[in-house]
Write a protein that binds this ligand. Structure first.
Ligand SMILES: Cc1ncc(COP(=O)(O)O)c(C=O)c1O
Length: 391
């Protein structure tokens, strides 16, 4: 998963070791971590077309960035518009972390369906947006099918009522910009980042396609004033003034230092190479899967995320979970998702060398499934396995 190669791992490990004992809660005591955080945010803001004044913080991952963005939007709606029953408008394709945030911070989710191309139903979204809307959500791309939402349309709906618009680019922030540089005609997506006027915040996970070790994401706000809604500032404690930028108190300096080192090491050229390798691998996979009678990859995904589903246009659709079981028997792990039932693939550069072997195992797995005509028994949702350990 997210393997940028030996050199990238080495750089990350050296930086991690150096910062193993530092605490990012207090950047006055550990000023280098303050500088690291600022540089990571500035670099990401530049990449995502943040206007002058764009400001951010580093969080522990996509979920925490999303939690903070939702909380900030709720605060903003309350302070600026007197919203007392805040709502969040999102599609069924938006990451589950938005529901976690709504649950934790007391927002009502207004969920709309996706259309045949897996993007949010814009009419339904427009109907759901109202004067209690605190946040409207877009994804670039959404996780299940890897499709980039029409961010301009969605952001405009937020602008119309004075609400915030968050773009979840946790998966896309370190792919889409470099993809557009590499192959503007084939891989560029319509405007989706802070270049879109109504976008107020955006999340970008360096611990995914940024190839840093786990525990680091950047949450950017269009201005310092908007970022202020994310900050917790309490001055009524005997221990003194307590200010935190995210949900944590004491936090390890390790992930942000490792991320800083990786970003500096790779730079634009390094990421461009990794992105080309990644999307070329994903293209090979898409082509190979679509050539299998009974399976397909839903259309619309052009980058690194994709799902494998039964092909509805054939007389012999295959059960993707059975194929998943047969692939698991060959040592391949795929998360399962649905509806519709599907196997999920997040392709990254480290997968490129094994695509040929994966496709050949897929052919064998399909033969196995055809000859046994079984139905997959594994859980539908990847979280199910983890969940059983939490009950
Ligand atoms: C689009 C998207 N947003 C948010 C997240 C949550 O990120 P994390 O698992 O780092 O909390 C993910 C995770 O896969 C994702 O794909």
């Amino acid at each position: 998963m997210f393997d940028g190669g030996d050199e990238v791992r080495y750089v990350a490990e050296r930086a991690a070791q150096t910062f193993l004992h530092e605490n990012a809660l207090n950047t006055a005591a550990f000023p280098s971590l303050g500088a690291i955080q600022s540089e990571l945010c500035a670099w990401t803001a530049d990449l995502l077309h943040g206007p002058e004044g764009t400001a951010g913080f580093v969080t522990s991952g996509g979920t925490e960035s999303i939690l903070c963005a939702v909380e900030a939007a709720r605060e903003r709606a309350h302070v600026e518009r007197g919203v007392h029953e805040p709502e969040i408008v999102l599609a069924t394709s938006a990451h589950a972390a938005f529901h976690k945030a709504a649950h934790l911070f007391g927002l009502r989710p207004r969920v709309v369906d996706v259309t045949v191309d897996w993007t949010p139903d814009l009419d339904a979204m427009a109907d759901a947006v109202n004067d209690q809307t605190a946040l409207v959500v877009a994804s670039a791309p959404q996780y299940p099918q890897g499709v980039v939402d029409p961010v301009e349309d969605i952001a405009q709906m937020a602008v119309d009522v004075g609400a915030s618009c968050h773009v979840d680019a946790c998966m896309g922030a370190f792919v889409l910009p470099f993809a557009a540089m590499e192959e503007p005609d084939m891989w560029a997506a319509p405007p989706w980042d802070l270049a879109v006027e109504g976008v107020t915040s955006i999340s970008a996970d360096i611990h995914k396609l940024g190839y840093a070790p786990k525990g680091v994401s950047v949450l950017l706000h269009r201005s310092k004033a908007l970022r202020r809604y994310q900050t917790f500032d309490f001055d009524g404690w005997l221990g003194g003034r307590y200010v935190t930028p995210n949900l944590q108190g004491t936090r390890s300096g390790l992930p942000m230092a490792a991320a800083w080192a990786v970003v500096r090491f790779l730079g634009t050229d390094g990421y461009r190479q990794l992105v080309r390798r990644t999307i070329s691998a994903a293209d090979q996979i898409r082509t190979g899967v679509r050539a299998v009678d009974g399976l397909t990859v839903p259309s619309g995904c052009r980058h690194h995320l994709l799902s494998i589903t039964a092909d509805p246009c054939t007389d012999h659709p295959l059960d993707p979970f059975s194929v998943g079981d047969a692939m698991a028997a060959r040592g391949w792990h795929h998360d399962r998702q649905g509806p519709p039932d599907g196997l999920h693939l997040t392709v990254s550069a480290g997968n490129a060398p094994v695509v040929k072997r994966w496709l050949s195992d897929l052919a064998e797995a399909v033969d196995d499934v055809r000859s046994s005509s079984g139905t997959g028994t594994a859980p539908v949702n990847p979280a199910t396995v983890a969940y059983s350990t939490l009950e």
